[in-house]
Write a protein that binds this ligand. Structure first.
Ligand code: GRF
Length: 195
């Protein structure tokens, strides 16, 4: 299965997925990293692995449809079959959604539908919840609203700080995302969809 990863910043999930591929835990290939931030550290990570990058500056385009049209062209050109959002800080518009219907997933650091949107870990921390977690879901036009594929709970310990909770959630993300992608790809294979 040929994947495109989308990231706006650090890219630790992107790297965790690439590591799973390198280690043979995930039978896929990342053929393109897409970033809306030419300064993103994720781009440095892609370079380390020799993964091609398509980066762009949204403000230089007239609107979302204009840059998404270019993204779709880059995806098709690279033969991308499935899109994995990993810290891509933008809503996906109709141009991309229609080109990759039911083939876009996202990871979010909360148990959705709780705490959608930005700073989900900070939101959960402020709400003083005892349990939060990680969700992998299909992407629709909403903000963190598509059908849920996988979730894992993370208990907030008495001794936790915001920073230790963040680390615990990231550790779960880095395991859950590659595992969930492996399960999705296995399902496609079962159905006889070419991967
Ligand atoms: C992750 O917490 C992910 O759940 C959220 O954005 C963050 C991206 O982190 N969507 P990284 O860039 O993968 O390190």
């Amino acid at each position: 299965m040929k994947l495109a990863l989308f990231a706006s910043g650090n890219g630790s999930n992107f790297e965790a997925i690439q590591e799973a591929i390198v280690e043979g835990r995930l039978s896929a290939k990342i053929v393109l990293l897409v970033s809306d931030n030419p300064e993103a550290y994720a781009i440095k990570r892609a370079e380390k692995y020799g993964i091609p990058v398509f980066s762009f500056q949204p403000k230089t385009y007239e609107n979302k449809a204009a840059f998404e049209k270019e993204i779709v062209a880059a995806l098709k050109n690279a033969g991308v079959e499935f899109i994995v959002l990993a810290g891509y800080m933008r809503l996906i518009g109709p141009t991309l959604l229609h080109a990759y219907e039911n083939r876009i997933v996202n990871i979010h650091p909360s148990l959705l539908p709780a705490f959608p949107g930005k700073d989900a870990i900070g939101q959960a921390w402020k709400a003083k919840v005892k349990v939060t977690g990680v969700t992998v879901h299909f992407v629709d036009e909403g903000m963190d609203t598509g059908p849920i594929i996988a979730q894992e709970a993370v208990t907030v310990k008495e001794t936790d700080s915001l920073s230790s909770l963040t680390k615990a959630i990231q550790a779960v993300e880095h395991r859950l995302y590659p595992d969930t992608l492996a399960a999705i790809i296995a399902k496609y294979k079962q159905k006889g969809v070419r991967t």
